[in-house]
Design a protein around this ligand. Structure first.
Ligand SMILES: Nc1ncnc2c1ncn2[C@@H]1O[C@H](COP(=O)(O)OP(=O)(O)OP(=O)(O)O)[C@@H](O)[C@H]1O
Ligand SMILES: [Mg+2]
Length: 390
């Protein structure tokens, strides 16, 4: 493994010295510069000096009670050094801090106080993903699929969207977070492990253990299975934040099926997601629920990432889309046709729609995948095939 050059930012002198010793102690990385002054603007001389070092990793310490300056620094450093990976070091007990650091652009969130082992594992993960083409320094994009109302089709959308993304771009994960997971059934998989195993093993979770917890579908899609029985005790939202932090470091696209789960974990996932797709039917009860769900999930994050996916869509006289969008505060992004026979047969047989060739509904979901990724730089460059099947 080639040596990584690391720059350390920590306002507290002791912590800066400790981090430097720990980095050098990994023997796969070397501190090339350390600073107690965090950059505050793009014209900050600290940034100019840093360019000379071309760091692979920029470590930013988040001290208790002084997180704002550190988060701002992470955002700036991420912008100014797109080829470097920013690692945040902070408390694991506050999930909002983990989420904010990741949204600011941190690639890893490492527990404070940290150890040489924590750092070493993060460096190894970074080197492993750098080897995957197109993944240099960047985090995967998450899409959360949430039901307006039970049975609206969240799992059908999540499973087929994930397959469409895998088919077009590869390196996609499907994470089943539903109270009772159905993704594996839709895909005819029998995962040996579930998301609960991943969360309960967080303390030793690294990329290879995560890999072993995931089931593989024929076309390469990797699936972290959902709960096979309702569970009374749930891990905390910060546990899930750590899990998704790791998953986003490994995959290019991550589709999360939340189905009808509405709790702190779904809120957290919504906060981390690029888009939150509310799956609804075009009827009054479903759309009313969509508004309530968007309100609940949007309380702690901006609403502009929400979009409606109208499933089982057919033209209904008197249904005013513009009024619906205004009432819910989210645009209608996609309409999926109502094809009960095809969809239920696909679920019953465990052969998803995307695997059944060029049908109207498969084209619709491939179109949704296209709409969600069209602004991604690397996607723009490569040719898109709407009809590619798994
Ligand atoms: N586009 C569609 N056209 C016709 N039927 C559909 C469509 N999408 C889903 N369905 C039907 O709706 C039912 C529920 O689908 P699915 O399991 O995907 O929903 P869900 O919202 O995930 O449910 P849950 O609330 O249990 O998590 C299935 O039986 C499926 O056949
Ligand atoms: Mg479901």
């Amino acid at each position: 493994m080639p040596e990584l050059s690391v720059v350390v930012f920590a306002a507290e002198n002791d912590q800066r010295a400790v981090l430097q010793v720990l980095v050098d102690g990994t023997s796969v990385a070397r501190t090339v510069s350390s600073s107690g002054a965090l950059p505050v603007s793009v014209s900050d001389p600290v940034l100019r000096k840093l360019h000379a070092h071309t760091p692979h990793v920029i470590l930013v310490d988040i001290p208790a009670g002084a997180d704002e300056a550190a988060l701002r620094a992470i955002e700036l450093l991420h912008q100014e050094f797109p080829d470097a990976a920013v690692f945040a070091v902070g408390s694991m007990s506050q999930s909002h801090l983990i989420v904010s650091a990741m949204r600011a652009g941190a690639r890893e969130y490492i527990e404070r106080p940290t150890t040489t082992t924590d750092l070493l594992e993060a460096f190894v993960r970074l080197t492993a993903t750098r080897r995957k083409p197109g993944r240099e320094g960047s985090r995967g994009k998450m899409f959360a699929i949430v039901n307006a109302k039970g049975g609206s089709g969240a799992t059908t959308v999540a499973v087929n969207l994930a397959l469409a993304l895998q088919s077009s771009h590869g390196n996609t994960a499907l994470v089943d977070m539903a109270p009772l997971g159905h993704c594996a059934l839709h895909l005819n998989l029998k995962p040996a492990f579930t998301i609960s195993d991943a969360v309960t093993n967080l303390h030793r979770l690294d990329s290879s253990l995560l890999d072993s917890f995931m089931a593989r579908h024929g076309g390469g899609l990797q699936v972290l299975g959902g709960a096979a029985a309702p569970t009374a005790i749930e891990p905390s939202a910060s546990d899930f934040a750590r899990l998704f932090d790791m998953i986003a470091g490994q995959f290019r696209y991550i589709v999360v099926d939340a189905s009808s789960r509405l709790d702190a974990v779904t809120r957290l996932v919504s906060n981390l997601s690029e888009r939150i797709l509310l799956v609804a039917h075009a009827d009054v009860a479903s759309l009313w629920s969509a508004g309530r769900v968007a309100h609940y999930l949007g309380e702690s994050s901006s609403r502009d990432r929400f979009a409606l996916v109208l499933n089982r869509y057919r033209k209904i006289s008197g249904f005013n889309e513009a009024e619906t969008e205004a009432a819910i505060g989210a645009p209608v992004l996609w309409r999926i046709p109502n094809q009960y026979f095809a969809v239920s047969a696909a679920i019953d047989r465990g052969v998803p729609l995307m695997q059944q060739g060029n049908t109207e509904i498969a084209r619709s979901i491939a179109g949704l995948a296209h709409a969600l990724t069209i602004d991604d730089l690397d996607v723009k460059r490569s040719a898109w095939s709407l009809f590619k099947t798994v």
